[in-house]
Design a protein around this ligand. Sequence first.
Ligand SMILES: Nc1ncnc2c1ncn2[C@@H]1O[C@H](COP(=O)(O)OP(=O)(O)OP(=O)(O)O)[C@@H](O)[C@H]1O
Ligand SMILES: Cc1ncc(C[n+]2csc(CCOP(=O)(O)O)c2C)c(N)n1
Ligand SMILES: [Mg+2]
Length: 315
Amino acid sequence: MSLGEFDLIRDYFARAQDAPGVALGIGDDCALLEIPPSEQLAVSVDTLVADVHFPADAEPYLVAERALCVSLSDLAAMGAQPRWITLCLTLPAFDEAWLAGFSAGLFSRTKAYGCSLVGGDTTRGPLAISVQVMGTVPVGQALRRKGAQVGDGIYVSGPLGDGAAALALVRGELETTPSESAYLRERYFQPEPCFGWGHALRGIANAAIDVSDGLVQDLGHICSSSGVAGLVYLERLPFSAAVNRLDTTARYQAALAGGDDYQLCFTVPAARQSALEELELTAFRIGDVVAGSGVRCQLNGADYPISKTGYQHFG
Ligand SMILES: Nc1ncnc2c1ncn2[C@@H]1O[C@H](COP(=O)(O)OP(=O)(O)OP(=O)(O)O)[C@@H](O)[C@H]1O
Ligand SMILES: Cc1ncc(C[n+]2csc(CCOP(=O)(O)O)c2C)c(N)n1
Ligand SMILES: [Mg+2]
């Protein structure tokens, strides 16, 4: 007997979940969700296309983890708490082994981040995965791209360039030690959304974004939304041991324009710097918000021209 899309949904995704805030989950025309009156709903969707966002032959468990992590990263960047997700799957075939792995990877991460799958859509075609994420944030407290002010410090939550180095490794173009390989593979397939940071920065940061496309492009979004310019001091950028192994040009290229890092980049005014320092998290101050527009980089005081600012699908 051949199995259809309804069997697929029942067998791999329609788990009984007694999840908070879900009045009605998978199985009807819509899910019904309950949002406390003091909270706003934060919603975002990201699509991952085979061989554009992940290698088509990657293990399905890891593909699911990556899809969830990169989508949740946008909620973290807004300071929202993850609550619910929907999943749109386009699959070339009904491959039970692939689905079993994907479903296990997906539910391992929904459990880790405390969110539940409440619906989705399943179609046949070239492999692509869209995860819509929904979170809640106290009214008026979301971190936005707009709000950076001249005089703010520019910070990142952790090392940059891992995404680009990890992609080179996954493609077999980079040789590293076994422990650095393990680190980079984890950064590629399970890029931790910075929920601790997003939450802690509410009331401290003037503006925030997650670094998905590349630092210069993503910081550029903060700058254009806020009507300011960014000055980045390259000698202050934090790198992992694996990225430090790259030559200088490749290292800065990876950090500035590689993308796939999913760190937060944010700005903090001088008056709230001590509150930032009191957090149990270590931020790296990499630059200053200045008057003007765009993002400029300097290396030890000298201008450092940027040839590429980040990933663009049609660039
Ligand atoms: N096709 C679309 N229709 C409507 N809005 C869109 C569309 N594509 C993107 N957007 C919106 O444009 C804004 C920027 O989207 P973008 O995808 O660049 O941000 P992002 O999700 O932070 O980046 P990334 O996809 O690299 O993680 C978001 O508010 C997004 O919702
Ligand atoms: C197999 C493979 N090839 C290339 C890349 C690099 N890449 C693809 S999309 C993107 C930006 C974020 O995407 P979006 O803007 O669509 O959210 C980056 C850095 C990858 N991750 N996997
Ligand atoms: Mg984003």
